[in-house]
Design a protein around this ligand. Structure first.
Ligand SMILES: [Zn+2]
Length: 195
């Protein structure tokens, strides 16, 4: 099986944020910086792949570009593979306000595929890093169009100070990426045993 990693939205090219959707960034943070979700998603995917080099696992980044590639095109890319599992990396929240009430990781699945069966694995491993908000069904376009099991991870809130100030650091990115990779390795193991 091959893992296909999707980094949500667009990154930054020559100081211009490529994401077309509004509010996909943090409010201005206490240190004066802003977290740009699409750029951060790319750092996480890159880190997962970097950490995976010592492991026996096949991973492809389906959006190596910094441009905000349309979701239909992303779906076309994932559907060009056989025997794959899709993980879409995002951060939750908005730049409109800060929240104290919401924080932590949410795993989204869609009923058309067997992603739900494995979503608990991500919740389990990632909750060692940030709090666990649970598993929900939602018809995100990539999840509905993917022919493979597909999960969308909303890895914390960019408008929650505790989440964002940790997750924006090198250490935060490394710990989160490592927990996602551990989940992927665990799922490989479960699938192997099921055969
Ligand atoms: Zn997003």
């Amino acid at each position: 099986m091959i893992w296909l990693l999707d980094n949500g939205h667009g990154g930054i090219i020559e100081d211009v944020y490529q994401t077309k959707t509004l509010h996909k960034k943090s409010p201005i943070l206490p240190d004066g910086s802003i977290l740009y979700e699409g750029e951060w998603n790319r750092k996480v995917v890159k880190k997962i792949i970097e950490l995976s080099e010592k492991e026996d696992i096949r991973i492809v980044n389906i959006v190596p570009e910094r441009e905000d590639i349309d979701i239909d095109e992303r779906a076309k890319r994932v559907n060009s593979y056989d025997n794959a599992f899709v993980i879409s990396i995002h951060m939750n929240g908005t730049d409109e306000f800060f929240t104290d009430e919401k924080r932590g990781i949410t795993t989204f699945y869609y009923r058309h595929n067997e992603g739900r069966k494995y979503s608990w694995v991500f919740q389990d491993f990632i909750s060692d890093v940030i709090p666990n908000r649970g598993i929900f069904e939602k018809g995100f376009r990539l999840l509905t169009r993917s022919k493979h099991p597909a999960l969308l991870l909303e890895c914390g809130f960019m408008n929650n100070i505790q989440d964002v100030m940790f997750l924006k650091t090198e250490n935060g990115i490394e710990q989160l990426s490592s927990s996602i990779l551990k989940s992927m390795l665990k799922i490989n193991q479960i699938m192997c045993n099921d055969k």
